[in-house]
Design a protein. Structure first.
Length: 142
């Protein structure tokens, strides 16, 4: 659980940074440098590691099915909303990277990374139970 919480910060920072670097490259219409490409690859890898950890936690915590209408709000959030939004975010990152690899022009590569990664990081921010919020009450930053 602790590793999942700490890795969250690395995922958010790397995906956000890769998205912003790609946005800048796309708007400036400049070629991709190796380290910029590596930031996107590291972000993708961290996302996949985070998903594996999340699925392990999910399988340990939620062994039986409870319909969303009968579950308490916090269980509904963790069991259905959080995992669905996070999986969608990781799918967006993966699709963005795959489309970027297949794109012919440098500008198209930047565009795919920028759009998909930035949408994914916004989705991740909505799915995280931040401390002080309704789902993050009594939760720490790590």
């Amino acid at each position: 659980m602790f590793a999942h919480s700490v890795l969250r910060w690395l995922v958010l920072i790397s995906v956000g940074l890769a998205g912003l670097i790609a946005l800048r490259g796309w708007l400036m219409k400049r070629p991709i440098i190796v380290w910029e490409r590596m930031v996107a690859i590291v972000a993708l890898t961290l996302c996949h590691v985070q998903v594996v950890l999340g699925i392990i936690i999910y399988s340990i915590r939620f062994k039986r099915y409870v319909p969303p209408s009968f579950a308490p709000r916090d269980i509904t959030f963790w069991k259905y909303e959080h995992i669905t939004m996070m999986l969608l975010a990781v799918i967006l990152v993966t699709v963005g990277r795959v489309l970027s690899k297949r794109a012919v022009t440098e500008n198209a590569k930047w565009k795919f990374i920028a759009i998909f990664y930035l949408i994914a990081v916004v989705l991740m921010c909505f799915a995280i139970p931040w401390p002080g919020g309704a789902m993050g009450l009594n939760r720490e930053w790590l």
